[in-house]
Design a protein around this ligand. Structure first.
Ligand SMILES: [Fe+2]
Length: 342
């Protein structure tokens, strides 16, 4: 018996509408107004033991005039050739040989560096020298000139993160190269960074008019002191947020940074949020359950928590520190933050 395909009563009308570049909402509303976020990406982990050999190989393979981009991006397979780590952010590791200079430039994407093994390197941000000691966070906010230099006698590696995928999704990205021959770019000291080095003290007078933090360097030493002093939060982890000292809000309007210390003996409560997170293991060992996936992790592994995915974490054998970047600030500015904890 022949099966006759069921024909929608409005099929010919829908076809006529489509031909006129009109789509009927009664046919499309489920796609247009989903009942909850639906991340395209599963949680993912890049293990340091797999990444590190490629960084050392990159030094041999990549010509000296390409060093400003001698970075390996952690590319999630769910996004194919889009070269991104989550739907809105990318993370990478950069390697610099002694004497290498990564040429100055600026862009509308917001970026950060976190010093994993960068003692002796410096990032110049808008005419301020920011040294990169263990655990330091250096901001390169939107449209701030920045360049990097390795003045040590050793190979340097740091962790990068940026939100070009978000800005590109809005097609609002601009990039300007600096002058590679301008020696005075590099001959600067910490300058006005000194004004923001002491917690709780700010210069009185007119407020900075930029949307991002006037402080660019957040010392790892201060972060570790603070994590040791604070009590665990409602989910069981000690979590601190890097803030703009002029406002108390996020360090940049579209990009957010946090540090988390996990202590052994308990698992954090399950939590899910509408924004995306990328976690770098700064020190220690542990494991995380994220959505349907479970990962063991150790120092310098990087894993993702896609938006609206349940996540809980556990340290094993001692304290474990995570550095977490997220697009929480962008979601806050759009009033789209939603959080659940179990
Ligand atoms: Fe950059």
């Amino acid at each position: 018996m022949a099966i006759i395909a069921e024909q929608r009563a409005d099929a010919s009308f829908v076809a006529a509408l489509e031909a006129a570049n009109l789509h009927p909402l009664w046919d499309r509303y489920q796609r247009i107004t989903p009942i909850r976020p639906q991340p395209q990406d599963a949680p993912f982990i890049w293990r340091w033991r797999d990444v590190e050999p490629f960084l050392h190989q990159a030094v041999k393979e990549v010509a000296i005039n390409d060093i400003e981009r001698r970075a390996l991006i952690l590319a999630h397979p769910a996004f194919g050739n889009d070269t991104t780590t989550t739907s809105t952010m990318l993370a990478a590791f950069t390697v610099l040989e002694p004497g290498d200079r990564a040429r100055p430039h600026r862009h509308t994407g917001a970026a950060i560096r976190f010093a994993t093994d960068a003692e002796g390197a410096a990032t110049i941000v808008n005419g301020r020298r920011c040294d990169m000691r263990a655990g330091d966070l250096i901001l390169t906010p939107p449209m701030c000139w920045h360049g990097h230099i390795n003045e040590s006698g050793r190979r340097i590696i740091w962790f990068d993160a940026a939100n070009m995928p978000l800005i590109r999704g809005l097609d609002a990205h601009f990039f300007e190269p600096g002058n590679p021959g301008a020696n005075d770019f590099w001959q600067v000291d910490e300058g006005d960074e000194r004004l923001w080095a002491e917690a709780g003290l700010a210069p009185d007078g007119p407020r900075a008019d930029s949307a991002h933090s006037p402080k660019y360097r957040y010392a790892g030493e201060a972060t570790r002191r603070m994590l040791a002093a604070m009590a665990p939060g409602p989910d069981g982890a000690r979590t601190l947020r890097y803030v703009n000292p002029a406002t108390g809000g996020a360090v940049m309007p579209t990009f957010d940074c946090a540090a988390m210390r996990l202590s052994p003996g308990g698992t954090t409560r399950k939590r899910r949020v509408t924004y995306n997170m990328i976690c770098l293991v700064v020190s220690g060992h542990g494991n995380s359950r994220i959505g349907e996936h479970a990962f063991d992790w150790s120092q310098h592994d990087v894993f993702t928590i896609p938006h609206w995915t349940w996540a809980s974490h556990r340290a094993v054998g001692g304290d474990a520190d995570l550095f977490v970047v997220s697009d929480r600030a962008a979601f806050e500015n759009l009033d789209l933050v939603r959080e659940e904890i179990e």
